[in-house]
Design a protein around this ligand. Structure first.
Ligand code: RBF
Ligand code: MG
Length: 319
């Protein structure tokens, strides 16, 4: 049983039995968005009322992807998900192995995992949550197992006149609408990753840039230029402008068409190759285009930087 899931607490991986009785929120929690925040808020309240620890149950992969050929891109990595969830004040996140647990009926999952392993005495989930073999478990199944009093069913949650869901946020991001996505995520969509050795072409252009790749399986915003905020390894935030795409102006036969995120950081000239950089996508500025000359691309990049800075001035999101 122990290799079917593990439990993470703010101080590291823990033994589930040491948690005592618990209240658990169930879901996929992709992106840890505003509706998830509301659900976790209810979970914390129920935990306080019952005087027990609170946690989340999720899987290491998206169950929705197990039956799909065309995988849904994820809004965050598992590590980011755990970090975001714990930052909301939960005591633990239990991470299950979907391939081992997908054959459990809802009742078996509740009895053998939630109750026996995690000492669960109350739970919370979204109104449309489904779980267990064949997805036949529903919020009502949880009410039967834990009682009306100890089960929270979160109704639909609306922002910008839309239901907040990972699906809607994926659509916004792939349409480049990162500002609406940010309202639903309660933070900007971001890319956290190593700064890769580029071809140093940017430097020759007069714009030294930081190149990053989106990890496999992670949602890539619409190709284009974005006003971004960068957090460097020293924790400092900088205004920046980023290009997501394939750089049609400079691409040649030797180039793979791998998607690149290339960032020019305002007023910055440190060497950050190999460091971890977080890029927050704040506002879509324009489409990625093929320019007739490197010189016209250079002039455009300089206008892009102005566009980004004036966005941050208007929105007041710097400092
Ligand atoms: N490359 C393009 O081919 N088309 C673009 O529209 C484009 N816009 C960019 C905007 C910014 C703000 C930055 C930093 C880069 C952009 N690039 C674009 C990538 C550019 O080709 C690249 O920085 C240099 O070729 C050096 O790698
Ligand atoms: Mg959902």
């Amino acid at each position: 049983m122990t290799d079917t899931f593990y439990t993470v607490t703010p101080s590291g991986v823990a033994v589930a039995a040491d948690l005592g009785d618990t209240v658990i929120a169930l879901g996929s929690f992709d992106g840890v968005h505003a509706a998830h925040h509301a659900l976790i808020g209810e979970t914390l309240s129920l935990g306080r009322k019952l005087g027990v620890k609170t946690g989340v149950w999720c899987f290491s992969t998206l169950p929705a992807n197990s039956l799909r050929k065309e995988k849904l891109p994820m809004l965050c990595s598992l590590d980011e998900k755990i970090e975001l969830l714990l930052s909301l004040g939960l005591d633990f996140v239990a991470v299950g192995d979907f391939s081992q647990l997908c054959s459990y009926s809802p009742e078996d999952f509740i009895e053998n995992v939630l109750k026996k392993e995690l000492n669960c005495i109350g739970c919370a989930c979204g109104f449309n949550h489904r779980f267990g073999k064949g997805g036949v478990g529903s919020p009502e199944t949880l009410v039967r197992a834990f009682g009306e009093e100890n089960t929270v069913i979160m109704p639909e949650f609306t922002l910008l006149s839309k239901t907040v869901s990972s699906t809607v946020i994926r659509e916004l991001i792939s349409a480049g609408d990162v500002s609406s996505a940010a309202v639903m995520l309660k933070r900007s969509y971001s890319l956290k990753g190593e700064v890769l050795q580029g071809k140093h072409l940017g430097r020759k252009l007069g714009f030294p840039t930081a190149n990053q790749r989106f990890p496999d399986g992670i949602a890539v915003p619409k190709y284009g230029i974005y006003a971004t905020l960068c957090t460097t390894a020293d924790g400092k935030k900088h205004a920046a402008v980023s290009n997501i795409g394939i750089r049609p102006t400079i691409i040649d036969g030797s180039d793979t068409h791998a998607v690149n995120c290339e960032t020019y950081i305002h007023d910055f000239n440190q060497n950050i190759y190999g460091e971890i950089l977080t890029v927050e996508f704040c506002e879509y500025l324009r489409e990625e285009k093929k320019f007739d000359s490197v010189e016209s691309l250079r002039q455009q990049i300089s206008r892009d930087l102005e566009g980004s800075l004036s966005y941050f001035e208007r929105s007041g999101s710097l400092i």
